[in-house]
Write a protein that binds this ligand. Sequence first.
Ligand SMILES: NC(=O)c1ccc[n+]([C@@H]2O[C@H](COP(=O)([O-])OP(=O)(O)OC[C@H]3O[C@@H](n4cnc5c(N)ncnc54)[C@H](OP(=O)(O)O)[C@@H]3O)[C@@H](O)[C@H]2O)c1
Length: 262
Amino acid sequence: MNDPFSLEGKVSVVTGGNGGIGKGIADGLAVKGSAVVIAARDEAKTAAAVEDIKSRFGVSVSGLTMDVGDPASVTAGIQKALEEYGRIDVLVNNAGVNIRKQPQDYAIEEWDKILDINLRGPFLCCQAVYPTMKAQKRGKIINTGSATSLLGLGKCVPYGCSKMGILSLTYSLALAWARDGIFVNCIIPGWIDTPLTVTARRDFPGLSQFVEDRTPMGRWGQPSDFMGIAAFLASEASDYVTGEYIRVDGGYAQHGNTVSFD
Ligand SMILES: NC(=O)c1ccc[n+]([C@@H]2O[C@H](COP(=O)([O-])OP(=O)(O)OC[C@H]3O[C@@H](n4cnc5c(N)ncnc54)[C@H](OP(=O)(O)O)[C@@H]3O)[C@@H](O)[C@H]2O)c1
C-alpha cells in the first residue's frame, strides 16, 4: 500500500517559510519528500532556510523573493515557481505581520499594510495557483489563522480582522473549489515562540508566564510543532477534510473549559 502521508513528487510553496511557524511547516512538508519553495522578502534569511532544509531532508528547495503585500510580486513569484517546477501541489499561506496598539491609534497605512499582507496576499496567492491546481485536478491550500480567527483581541484589531478573514477565505474557497479537487484548510496556532511573539513578550511583560500558566501543556509552542499538521493537510491522508480549521495550541482554547473542580 502507498503511504497516504507521502509527499514524494509534490511541489509546495510556503509563504513566510524562511522562519518561525512557516519554517516548521516547510520542514514538515520536506520530511515527507515534497520539493519546497520558500517565498518571503528577506533574501539572506531565505537562503539560510533553503540550505537548512536541503541539508536536513535532501529534497529540492528553492528560495523566492516575494512580497505578498504586492500583487505584482505575487504574480511574478508564482509564475517563477511554476517555471522552475512545472506544477504546484501545495500552497501554504503563512506570511503574516502584526502591529499592536489601541484601535483608536492606528493609521490608515497600518491597517492597509496588515490587511494587504495577511488577507489580500493569501487571496491573490490562491488566485495565482488556481489555474494550475484546476488543470492538475488536485491541490491543497493551507492557510495560517490565529486564535483571533475565532475571538476578539482589543490591541490587535486589524490583525484580528485579517485572521477572521482568513477563516472566511478558507470556508468559501473550500466550497467554491471542492469539485476542482482543491482542498482548503486553516491551521490555528496558539502562542508560538517565534520572532513575531518575541516583540509581543517585549511589549507585554508577564505574557510569557501568562501563556505557560494558561496553556494546559504548560509551554509555548515551537515551529517544529507544525511539521505533522502541515504534512497531514498536504497529503492524501486528509482527502476528506476541507473547509476546516485545526488548532495547534497545546490545549489553550480548552483552558477552563471543564466541569471538573479539582
Ligand atoms: N507566533 C504566534 O504565536 C502566532 C500565533 C497565531 C498565528 N500566527 C501566524 O503565523 C504566521 C507566521 O508567524 P510567525 O509567528 O512564524 O512570525 P514570524 O517569525 O515573524 O514569520 C513571519 C513570516 O512572514 C514573512 N513575511 C512577512 N511579511 C511578508 C510579506 N509581505 N511577504 C512575504 N513574506 C512575508 C516573514 O519573512 P520576511 O520578513 O523575510 O518576508 C516571515 O517568514 C503568521 O501568519 C502569524 O500571524 C502566529
